[in-house]
Design a protein around this ligand. Structure first.
Ligand SMILES: [Mn+2]
Length: 319
């Protein structure tokens, strides 16, 4: 039994254009969504899999939601000739699976244009939707108990250690039947193989913030042809033509200027917090900051904000 899949990483559709984007974010994202469906059709896939974070927020506004719904529902009135499945991502549900019923992602499910399930009858594949415990469960070896051959998930699996906590693919224990793991969530293309198990993150389709990761690669989705009788498979990368180049959609120069501005702010903060006012300091950081800022004619609003930030941090964010 040979089946074809198209696997699509985090779309992050939104009606709001992120500050760093120069184009109309929603229009570009919807165009990209449509193109992925056209690729699926042209390549005669059986299953179209969204790997999570189809939406950037739990509710992205009626226009964006409805247009996504129309695009996913039909090809100019003709039903798309494949099954569509949704892995739920953290952004789709504001990190809380109990909020799914309120989510725009649920609208797609309720309208019948994507399926939200854990398994497909008669096909050894499984969907792992985001939950706050998913990463921990994966680290604790939960996959050992599930014998499907292909896993689709929204989890922090990475091929190498990152600056933040992730689930290292090398340390993942899976069932002997499992051959392939596709995961979205980390917006970075990754591919790794160990003991006959392959991990692929196709990278995100949505580019919702300026990031070097996006500048180095083209936006793409992954085609998979899998023979379930002998576990032979091949994958193919499809680059999206509708994804505009990085330097067209992002104001790279403005971002650089902003980075240097942040650096200056940091220098300023260092200067005012590490200055030598030994004879006057009270030991109370907020009082000392006010005194120091007054001596240097810093705008009162700036000092007030800094003091408020200090208060929030000192109270453990309870304010
Ligand atoms: Mn995401």
């Amino acid at each position: 039994m040979i089946k074809r899949f198209l696997i699509i990483g985090d779309n992050h559709l939104d009606s709001k254009t992120p500050l760093s984007r120069l184009d109309n974010y929603m229009e570009t994202c919807l165009q990209e969504l449509l193109e992925t469906l056209q690729i699926a059709k042209a390549n005669k896939v059986d299953y179209y899999i969204l790997l999570g974070d189809i939406f950037n927020r739990i509710s992205v506004g009626g226009e964006c939601r409805n247009r996504a719904l129309e695009i996913l529902s039909s090809d100019n009135g003709e039903p798309w000739p494949f099954e569509k499945y949704l892995v739920v991502g953290n952004h789709d549900i504001a990190h809380d699976p109990d909020l799914m019923e309120k989510a725009d992602a649920q609208s797609l499910v309720s309208a019948g244009c994507v399926k939200f399930v854990d398994t497909i009858e008669g096909l050894p594949v499984r969907f792992w939707h985001f939950t706050p415990k998913l990463d921990r469960n994966l680290k604790e070896g939960v996959m050992k108990d599930f014998d499907e051959k292909i896993m689709f998930m929204h989890a922090s699996i990475t091929d190498r250690p990152f600056a933040f906590d992730t689930v290292l693919f090398d340390e993942l224990t899976v069932h002997p039947n499992t051959k392939l793991i596709f995961s979205g969530h980390i917006h970075k293309k990754m591919e790794a193989e160990k003991d006959g198990v392959k991990f692929i993150n196709p990278g995100s389709v949505g580019r919702n913030r300026i990031s070097d990761d996006y500048s180095k690669t083209k936006v793409s989705v992954i085609g998979l042809q899998y023979d379930f009788s002998n576990d032979e498979y091949k994958t193919k990368v499809f680059e999206l033509k509708s994804s505009l180049p990085y330097d067209v959609i992002f104001d790279v120069d403005a971002s650089k200027a902003k980075k240097s501005e942040n650096k200056n702010t940091q220098k300023f903060l260092e200067a005012i917090t590490s200055g030598s006012v030994a004879d006057k300091i009270s030991g109370n950081i907020a009082d000392d900051l006010i005194l120091f800022a007054e001596n240097r004619n810093i705008l009162k609003e700036v000092t007030d904000m800094a003091v408020m930030a200090i208060n929030i941090i000192q109270s453990g964010g309870e304010l």
